[in-house]
Design a protein around this ligand. Structure first.
Ligand SMILES: C[C@H](O)[C@@H](O)CC(=O)C(=O)O
Ligand SMILES: [Mg+2]
Length: 476
């Protein structure tokens, strides 16, 4: 695919009615219509870039406007100039002399920057005929450091240190790439335990997930402690029972090290989506101690690094870890979480921070501080994105996937031209199509149906006769 100059773009408001079936619900977010604020960048050739950021519905109204404002600045730019120094391009993108006041580097303007930057990286990968992860793992260590966003984090990690770390990993890259292509990348499922699901549905989905090969399961908690204990015990009763294990199932002990695994080696995690104050989080999690979870995710406000550190310290004697990051709005928040030893797991989000340049910096910091990166994927399009990030982390940065599990939610993949997929061992397959870029291109028919408010689904919904959505999870 070729093109020399960016000539324009279109922005699309795509919303899926996941709220109908309670998919995506948690103690904080009880009405989720998984939505993509989606951009397509056009060039004077056949090269195009698709990108998006994620919201849970009405947020699209606002972020769409911001995407337009950010993207206006790149019209007329030469693509090879951008690709020649993508680090400088990122600095330009976050450095608008007037938009910067809106963040800086956080909130709606940063979500919009993510959509645009994701689309540019998608275009870069397509121009080189590689899926995005491959484009980046083929970078030299110098190229990767040049692409990463180091501003404001050099007290935690300098470019020179990063270069040394990357060079140390160079020799094993080829072998790791071959290995992960063969066995896939470890995954966990959140699809069994959304807050809005009945016990019956949790039971059915947990059994299905076990048979799909998963051995890590995440449950939403924080609305009612008795409900949480009942639902958690229900999942544990299924995943801890050897009779429910698929034939021939063997769990590598290395992958459960340090985790609160049950007798079959299966692991449970819980996610509170920020509902608690710090002391409440500690008290509540003491009550959930019988569930023997590996970590509590987002126990409190996402910007509160000191609060996370206090929770982690208090829960350590119970062998409960702390994870966060899906709402950590930039690399500086991750820096503080890591410097304060406030987390056990780094949960980067492909659409919250400003795209690949910033994500590279966060993954490099996590590797330096010895924390596994387990990206967030609960949303539309996020699973498609994050497999690329985990592959970059494993092949080129950390060189380790023993403690890592990448989130998987089983919703809405059918709308993407290059959907992610899971192998029979419950692991992500490696995206291999040279035309897929960052894997986020949506089918035109899907966009026509779910464009808001004019798509066929939403027009029918406004008239009171919405067709029953067909997405997975809708059965009961
Ligand atoms: C609102 C989203 O579905 C959120 O609950 C996702 C999430 O926290 C996760 O996947 O983790
Ligand atoms: Mg979460």
């Amino acid at each position: 695919m070729t093109g020399s100059k960016i000539t324009g773009f279109s922005v699309h408001d795509i919303r899926f009615p996941t709220n109908v079936s309670g998919d995506g619900t948690d103690a904080m977010n009880k009405e989720c219509d998984y939505s993509a604020a989606y951009i397509e960048i056009h060039t004077d050739g056949d090269l195009k870039g698709q990108g998006m950021t994620f919201t849970i519905g009405r947020g699209n109204d606002i972020v769409m406007y911001a995407i337009e404002a950010v993207a206006n600045r790149i019209v007329g730019m030469e693509v090879e100039t951008i690709f020649g120094d993508i680090g400088a391009f990122w600095t330009f993108l976050v450095g608008d002399p007037q938009h910067r006041w809106l963040g800086p580097e956080k909130g709606v303007i940063h979500l919009a920057t993510a959509a645009v930057n994701n689309a540019v990286w998608d275009m870069f990968a397509k121009a080189r005929g590689k899926p995005l992860w491959k484009l980046i793992v083929d970078f030299t260590p110098e190229e990767m450091v040049k692409a990463a966003a180091f501003r404001y984090i050099t007290d935690a990690l300098t470019p020179e240190e990063a270069l040394k770390m990357l060079k140390e990993k160079e020799a094993g890259k080829k072998q790791r790439e071959e290995e992960v292509k063969k066995i896939g990348y470890p995954a966990y499922t959140t699809s069994v335990g959304w807050l809005g699901y009945s016990d019956e549905k949790v039971r059915r989905l947990t059994k299905e997930a076990l048979n799909q090969g998963f051995n890590h399961f995440k449950l939403k908690v924080g609305a009612d402690v008795e409900d949480d204990l009942r639902r958690g015990r229900l999942i544990r009763s299924i995943i801890d029972d050897p009779a429910n294990m698929p034939a021939g199932r063997k769990i590598d002990p290395a992958t459960i090290q340090g985790k609160n695994a049950g007798p079959t080696g299966c692991v449970l995690m819980v996610d509170a989506n920020q509902v608690w104050d710090v002391p409440q989080a500690i008290e509540y999690m003491k009550k959930l101690e019988p569930l023997k979870v590996w970590f509590i995710e987002e126990p409190t406000a996402p910007d509160d690094a000191v609060g996370h550190a206090a929770i982690r310290k208090a829960l350590k004697p119970l062998n409960i870890g702390v994870a966060t990051g899906e709402h950590a709005h930039n690399r500086m928040v991750f820096k503080q979480l890591l410097q304060l030893d406030a987390i056990d797991v780094t949960q980067i989000d492909s659409c919250r921070v400003s795209g690949i340049n910033e994500l590279l910096a966060i993954m490099l910091m996590s590797a330096k501080f010895g924390k596994p990166v387990c990206p967030h994927a609960g949303g539309v399009g996020l699973c498609e994105y994050v497999i690329h990030l985990s592959l970059i982390d494993y092949i080129a940065i950390s060189g380790d996937m023993t403690r890592n599990v990448l989130e998987f939610v089983d919703h809405l993949h059918e709308h993407f031209k290059y959907p992610c997929s899971i192998n029979p061992q419950g692991r992500y397959n490696v995206p291999l199509d040279p035309k897929e870029g960052y894997s986020i291109e949506m089918f035109e028919e899907s966009m026509k149906e779910f464009a808001f408010p004019g798509g066929t689904y939403w027009v029918a919904a406004a008239a009171g006769n919405a067709p029953k959505p067909k997405h997975r999870g809708i059965e009961d």
